[in-house]
Design a protein around this ligand. Structure first.
Ligand SMILES: C[S@@+](CC[C@H](N)C(=O)[O-])C[C@H]1O[C@@H](n2cnc3c(N)ncnc32)[C@H](O)[C@@H]1O
Length: 462
């Protein structure tokens, strides 16, 4: 069989799509608004037409590029991936939104959540056999105004836009359950109009692969891969000085040097703890009972970090190695922040979800489990499973340095940003193989690693 054709909307730097490419898909067209990310797509998907354009405007040219690939290969488009931005979908927002509507007030809607509408138009025109949407779990409860201005759940709009030819479902997926050393939950919504797959779905096969790992494994599942296990092959680094903060041999295995004050806060932070809870380091005292940091809900329901957490030892009065800020007159006070800031990752669990702030210790859970530093970019690429695939970070453009024109690699800020927003390619590789098997009349014969829901139920009764 020829490589099935795929296209991608909101492609980012193509990181998630990398897994689908490894599962045998041939990307024909990709669309990404930001030029630097689109350049990374071009570099890594030379076979695709990459549009650095707004999804609201790309429609006709995107469809034409896919149609031309279909004609060239004599194949129908198999898959579209659609990973619209998720910043507008918040945990709490929808409750307030619906309450406002009930009480007759005009709801405050985030326009970014409506970017899915032009994407759905393109998908409806392309009519791929499969569509995969990836977004934050909150998408399940997100409502937006549809094309007619009517407020409806986004999942309902997806289903009605695809039409009755398609069957599908939204699944809450924890990537750690699929052998990825990171706790990252996402809503994976899969639709198909492939006849064999619809039959298999109705026979009880899920449209996403079964979990292979669990926090507490039972019945043949493996234990989650911990961050300590995943990072065990990387040489140690230390954020104390430039020499210790970078590996001379492993690309991207380098971390920012910390200013001495922050370095001390982190150096004294025990395993699994936050620097906000550090105890007395005066060797003559060593008191370990200093009040720890915390937070309180204000009468208007807002969670605020304590401002009274002691900065001096309650036994000897010496300064504690806790995060502080200094007023212009030199008075030091506990830094505004929750205990999740300046906090070490739990070595026994998969890493917390990587974000664009992965190099900032003041962001949540960003400190290495045992070393005095944040994660290196190489480690982040490993935890996001990018390093399991071939991916190039440049050159993506030309820059002038002095009198020379040089070819530029992606800057660290861009790398952090696109890692934080990406889908771990390993999961999309598994999903890609899964939907290819489900498209066969005999999915188990085609290599599926799972059994239909009914069979699972019967097995669990044995
Ligand atoms: C969640 S990220 C995609 C991540 C990607 N699937 C991956 O795995 O790397 C969403 C992307 O949509 C892009 N985007 C935002 N608004 C857009 C628009 N109007 N048209 C096209 N792309 C847009 C953002 O720049 C961002 O790269």
């Amino acid at each position: 069989m020829n490589a099935p054709l795929a296209a991608s909307l909101f492609s980012g730097a193509g990181i998630g799509d990398l897994g689908l490419k490894a599962a045998g898909f041939n990307f024909t067209a990709m669309c990404e608004l930001e030029h630097d990310r689109a350049a990374l797509c071009r570099l890594n998907f030379p076979e695709a037409v990459v549009f650095a354009e707004d999804v609201t405007e790309v429609g006709p040219s995107f469809v034409a590029a896919v149609r031309s690939a279909e004609q060239r290969t004599g194949q129908e488009l198999f898959l579209v991936t659609c990973t619209a931005p998720c910043q507008g979908m918040s945990k709490s927002g929808q409750g307030t939104l619906l309450k406002n509507i009930r009480e007759g007030r005009r709801p405050k809607l985030d326009p970014r959540n409506r970017l899915i509408l032009p994407a759905l138009k393109i998908i409806a025109e392309l009519r791929p056999r499969w569509v995969i949407f990836e977004n934050v779990i909150e998408m399940r409860g997100t409502w937006i105004e549809d094309e007619a201005g009517e407020l409806r759940p986004i999942l309902e709009i997806i289903a009605s836009s695809l039409g009755t030819d398609y069957l599908g479902q939204a699944y809450d997926v924890e990537f750690a359950d699929h052998g990825i050393p990171q706790r990252r939950q996402r809503l994976i919504t899969v639709y198909t109009r492939e006849e064999a797959a619809k039959g298999n779905y109705e026979r009880g096969y899920a449209l996403v692969p079964s979990a292979t790992h669990a926090k507490r494994p039972i019945r043949g599942l493996k234990r989650w891969i911990s961050v300590a296990e995943a990072l065990s092959g990387f040489p140690s680094l230390d954020a104390k000085n430039a020499e210790a903060a970078a590996s001379a041999t492993i690309p991207f295995h380098r971390v920012p040097v910390l200013d001495p004050k922050k370095y001390e806060w982190i150096r004294h932070t025990p395993r699994g703890a936050s620097a906000f809870d550090n105890q007395c380091i005066n060797t003559a005292c060593g008191f370990t009972g200093n009040t720890t940091h915390g937070n309180k809900r204000t009468p208007d329901g807002i969670n605020r970090a304590s401002v009274t957490t002691p900065l001096h030892c309650q036994a000897c009065g010496e300064m504690l190695p806790r995060p502080y800020t200094a007023d212009p007159d030199g008075t030091k006070r506990i830094m505004a922040g929750f205990t999740s800031a300046y906090k070490r990752m739990d070595p026994d669990l998969p890493a917390p979800a990587l974000t664009r702030n992965l190099s900032y210790p003041c962001s949540d859970h960003k400190v290495h489990p045992t070393e005095n530093r944040v994660l290196s970019l190489a480690e982040a690429m490993h935890l996001q499973t990018i390093s399991q695939f071939e991916y190039r970070w440049g050159p993506i453009g030309l820059a002038i340095r002095g009198k020379e024109v040089v070819r530029e690699q992606a800057p660290d800020t861009l790398i952090r940003l696109v890692i934080g927003e990406s889908v771990p390619p390993k999961f999309l590789q598994l999903l890609g193989l899964h939907i290819r098997s489900l498209s066969q009349a005999d999915p188990l014969g085609a290599g599926l690693n799972t059994v239909p829901h009914e069979t699972r139920l019967q097995l669990s009764l044995i």
